[in-house]
Design a protein around this ligand. Structure first.
Ligand code: ADP
Length: 591
């Protein structure tokens, strides 16, 4: 056997850690790592832009509960891949980024794709290191993998200079292999603190459990479901906390969200931050006297914004909630309270309003009508409570309006723009979901295994950020079903008045001499479905709910990537808002 190269040692270290998938884009010199990895049985998914690849790796980390791996070239590859680093850190997803860099002896001489990536990335990662020698590679990769994953997850970065990748180990004996990293130890809560919290919950007039994506990541669904079933505590999922407890559960207050926030006096926050998504826990959105009990793996999170450090619990949600459920014993919340009456009245009212919006069947379709048509069709193909569909959703209106129309019954089946409200994550996330749930190689860990259909609900603007990844999907035979909700613009499209792009092109521009394209304009009725056709997938252009129903039915069964271009009404989406389902008062004027 010839002595191993650096590329081989890197690939072998990843394999020894249990890695089965790498997301990335190759170039000199990292192509050698990718080739070695493929030879060792690791799947390499090659993207069209590092941005989408790094988003995909971060989402794969979230879905599987282990760091996703992203491999990019140095210089521009690192710059493009920074998108995923920010995304992983801000969403607390585990990501291990490996990037090539120029030969160490050429640094500062204007070498090929030269960039001081360690200095650049250090402030944005949990750890950034360059192995000093071939022999140190396995140990460094193993450690950085562990650090990106343990505690609050984030990004670990390994810089790999060309001379290291191409180098040859003189003595194989000196290269100790990496070994698998076990799951992180899990912390619980001390008795005295638990006693105080139990008393607080028992004395609450209007308790609420907020379930965030940290609870989904922690795979704490069994214990949280047990807590809710035994105690009748009303709960509210955040957008990606949906499904930890099924949306159909009677204690779900999602459709009475404003009432729950206004009235709740004791709030148990499980794996969610009191950031903009939860209005910082502040009045007037929240009851000004509400006590927030935060349960989080990150000590720094406890006491943030309206959280009370005296009541916070640093620990793993799974462990803490099983401790809490047993400490509560046979206690349950008595639901004959004014709070519960207010919640059910608000639910009935809001659900009736939503149903009336969805029933409007004019053409062009409204968002609500289009989503209801898709949802109804999908659920005629799969029972509503099964775990066979993963939804990926992005685009301001598309994400907000679809959130309540597509119920989710199981955790980690809904990915969206997340903490950064990032547009452009969708197609990368969809590829990650396809790889996580339908990968041929078994993850070997506790990763999800059941085969699932990935369905993307994409605004036309959001889709455009990474539309070329449709080719990636086609190349790998991924049968992803993408709906592009096409209103010809960002947010609500051209204008509040509903002028169409064509009108603004000059046909009826009278009195609008400063007209022309608005900042929110995109091309009118762009043929997005043709991208799928060009890449070997299937495309549909639909305008009516009958056409949409047919395309949904066919697209769901297709064994290849499908893009359904859904023409919806322009200028009639939801207005631009800050915060998740912000109130009328907080609406910002169209810029
Ligand atoms: P959301 O967007 O759903 O509101 P966030 O991303 O703001 O959720 O919050 C998720 C939180 O979950 C983070 O603060 C993270 O530290 C925490 N977290 C992640 N894993 C665990 C775990 N195993 N136990 C407790 N907290 C966790």
């Amino acid at each position: 056997m010839p002595p191993p190269t650096g590329a081989h040692i890197i690939a072998r270290s990843l394999r020894d850690l249990g890695v089965t998938v790498i997301f990335g884009i190759v170039g000199i010199p990292v192509v050698e790592i990718a080739e070695e990895a493929i030879n060792l049985g690791i799947r390499f998914i090659g993207f069209r832009n590092e941005q989408a690849a790094s988003y995909a790796a971060s989402a794969y980390g979230y879905l599987t509960g282990r760091p996703g791996i992203c491999l990019v070239v140095g210089g521009p590859g690192v710059l493009h891949g920074m998108a995923g680093i920010g995304n992983a850190n801000v969403n607390a997803f585990p990501l291990l980024l490996l990037a090539g860099s120029s030969e160490t002896n050429l640094v500062s001489r204007g070498a090929f794709q030269e960039l001081d990536a360690i200095s650049l990335l250090t402030p944005h990662t949990k750890v950034s290191l360059r192995p000093p020698s071939l022999e140190s590679i396995p140990d460094i990769i193993q450690n950085i993998y562990r650090i990106s994953w343990y505690g609050r997850p984030g990004t670990g970065f390994v810089d790999l200079p060309a001379d290291l990748i191409k180098g040859v180990a003189e003595d194989t004996e000196d290269v100790a292999p990496a070994s698998p990293v076990p799951d992180a130890p899990k912390a619980g809560v001390e008795e005295a603190r638990m006693f105080k919290i139990v008393q607080l919950i028992k004395s609450a007039k209007a308790p609420l459990v907020v379930i965030g994506k940290g609870a989904a990541y922690a795979k704490a669904e069994h214990v949280i479901r047990d807590l809710i079933d035994k105690t009748n505590l009303p709960f509210l999922p955040t957008p990606m906390g949906k499904g930890v407890v099924a949306d159909s559960h009677p204690a779900n207050t999602a459709s009475a969200r404003s009432t729950a926030l206004k009235e709740a006096d004791v709030v148990l926050v499980l794996g969610a931050r009191l950031n903009w998504i939860l209005h910082f826990g502040d009045a007037p959105k929240w009851n000004p006297v509400a006590e927030f009990v935060q349960v989080d793996i990150s000590a720094e999170e406890i006491g943030s914004n309206s959280g009370n450090p005296e009541l916070g619990i640093i620990g793993d949600i799974g462990i803490v909630i099983s401790q809490l459920t047993s400490a509560l014993g046979s206690w349950s919340y008595q639901t004959s309270t004014p709070y519960i009456q207010h919640l059910s009245a608000a639910k009935s009212k809001n659900e009736a309003t939503a149903a009336s919006k969805a029933s409007n069947s004019r053409t062009p379709m409204s968002y609500a009508h289009a989503f209801t048509t898709i949802e109804r069709t999908l659920h005629s193909l799969r029972p509503p409570d099964d775990a066979g569909i993963v939804y990926v959703s992005e685009g301001a209106n598309t994400m907000d309006i679809s959130r309540s129309i597509f119920p989710v019954s199981h955790p980690r089946l809904r990915l969206d723009a997340g903490t950064y409200a990032t547009m452009g994550v969708g197609l990368g996330y969809a590829i990650a979901a396809h790889a996580a749930y339908n990968g041929s190689a078994a993850e070997g860990q506790s990763g999800p295994q059941e085969r699932k259909k990935v369905v993307c609900l994409e605004g036309d603007s959001a889709f455009g950020f990474s539309a070329m990844e449709v080719e990636t999907m086609a190349r790998y035979g991924m049968d992803i079903l993408i709906f592009v909700i096409n209103n010809g613009g960002v947010y609500h499209g051209d204008s509040d008045d509903g002028e169409s792009w064509l009108e603004l092109q000059g046909k009826t521009l009278e009195g609008k001499s400063e007209g022309g394209l608005r900042s929110t304009s995109l091309g009118w009725e762009v043929g997005y479905e043709k991208i799928a056709e060009a890449c070997g997938g299937k495309g549909y252009l639909v305008r009516t709910s009958e056409e949409l129903e047919r395309a949904t039915r066919e697209g769901f069964r297709e064994g290849r990537v499908c893009v359904v271009n859904v023409i919806v009404e322009a200028g009639k989406g939801q207005k631009l808002e800050f915060g998740w389902q912000a109130s009328g008062k907080e609406k910002r004027k169209k810029g």
